[in-house]
Design a protein around this ligand. Structure first.
Ligand SMILES: NC(=O)c1ccc[n+]([C@@H]2O[C@H](COP(=O)([O-])OP(=O)(O)OC[C@H]3O[C@@H](n4cnc5c(N)ncnc54)[C@H](OP(=O)(O)O)[C@@H]3O)[C@@H](O)[C@H]2O)c1
Length: 342
């Protein structure tokens, strides 16, 4: 088998494609011939050694992948040869609340990731892929999709007619756009690019604001809601955006705290939090049960993930460079075509 591993020193240029012997299957193992992967901002941080303070030479990166089952262990009941499957971000978080033990099983972090042509995972760490999606589309779901679902549906309990503020046009935000529209919400989205905002409008965003041209986008959000404030913010910006997210929120509103793109230590206008009876909840992707619930919603509502660009398996380093450039809109995908690629 072929797999990518992190090099001795951090950096995209250090990523190495190497030959390795097949992983042992085990009784509950499922061997998957991989067809597609997607990148998350966290994977870029892992490769550059800026994620969680610990760089791990030799680690296989990436949490998100889709492939076809080619072999199953003797106790496997949920999958058979030929099934299309996707990896779960947390290998061992099946259901219920996150625990320290489950949190240590993030693919491409605490345990080896999936950027290899063949991967073995325990059956509890895989889900069936929605029939309505191609392999490339389905590969965008495990991290960004489940995070957006957890934030909007399970945590903020989004209702039809409510308003959602999304930050930027990256992976999480564009997955959230699809889910929010399917849930009947109205969406305002921010971006540094007017061209990206135009594309977001075509995908259903009702309101747009360029956060470079209009740094006080919290005011724009307030005006857009007629002075009421938004019901839900999907907060991926961190230090620079969180204070504005609080200001843009309605009474009883929800902020799903997800990312730290602009830094991790915000100066918080706390009075906004208590005086508005607002809720702020940390989101860390989600469980397999949440992934499966999202997949049913994707099929039923024909939600289509937004793919920015597709790279070949051999071009994985270029995919990381593309993410580093910040020019993407939606998800960056890596592809490896096989005979039955969908
Ligand atoms: N907690 C979790 O479970 C979880 C899960 C997934 C991701 N995350 C985190 O969420 C963040 C986003 O991840 P991702 O994979 O979606 O990243 P991504 O695809 O690389 O998206 C990044 C986008 O964010 C936008 N952005 C950058 N600075 C911004 C700012 N100041 N205000 C508003 N938008 C800004 C940019 O959009 P424009 O180009 O349109 O300006 C950029 O393209 C990262 O910090 C990541 O680590 C956390």
């Amino acid at each position: 088998m072929q797999r990518y591993v992190l090099g001795q020193a951090p950096g995209i240029d250090q990523l190495r494609l190497e030959e390795a012997s097949e992983t042992e299957l085990g009784m509950d193992g499922v061997r998957v011939e991989m067809r597609a992967w997607s990148l998350n901002y966290r994977d870029l941080m892992v490769v550059k050694g800026t994620y969680g303070g610990r760089y791990q030479p030799g680690l296989i990166p990436l949490s998100d992948g889709v492939g076809h089952v080619i072999e199953v262990g003797s106790t496997v009941t949920r999958f058979k040869v030929g099934d299309r499957v996707a990896s779960c971000f947390f290998r061992d978080w099946i259901e219920g609340p996150l625990t320290p033990v489950k949190a240590k099983t993030a693919l491409g972090g605490g345990v080896p990731g999936v950027l290899a042509d063949r991967v073995v995972l325990p059956e509890h760490g895989l889900v069936h892929v929605p029939e309505s999606l191609s392999d490339l589309e389905a590969a965008t779901l495990p991290c960004a999709g489940v995070t957006a679902w957890n934030a909007l549906i399970d945590t903020a309990v989004l209702r039809p007619g409510q308003t959602v503020l999304l930050q930027g046009t990256g992976g999480v935000s564009m997955q959230a756009l699809g889910i929010a529209k399917a849930a009947g919400a109205r969406v305002m989205i921010t971006s540094s690019s007017n061209e990206k905002l135009e594309r977001a409008k075509q995908l259903g965003a009702e309101a747009t604001v360029n956060y470079r041209e209009q740094p006080e986008w919290d005011r724009a959000a307030y005006e857009w809601t007629g002075g009421r404030g938004v019901d839900v913010v999907v907060e991926v910006g961190g230090a620079d955006t969180l204070p504005k997210s609080l200001r843009s929120l309605t009474y009883g509103g929800n902020i799903a705290v997800i990312g730290v793109l602009t830094g991790a230590n915000p100066e918080m206008p706390l009075p906004y939090l208590f005086s508005k009876n607002a809720r702020m909840t940390g989101i860390y992707v989600g469980s397999r049960l949440q992934f499966e619930a999202m997949n049913r919603a994707i099929e039923q509502n024909k939600i289509r993930p937004v793919i920015d660009r597709v790279f070949e398996f051999e071009e994985a380093a270029d995919a990381f460079r593309h993410m580093e450039s910040g020019s993407h809109f939606g998800k960056i995908v890596i592809s490896r075509k096989g005979p039955e690629a969908k």
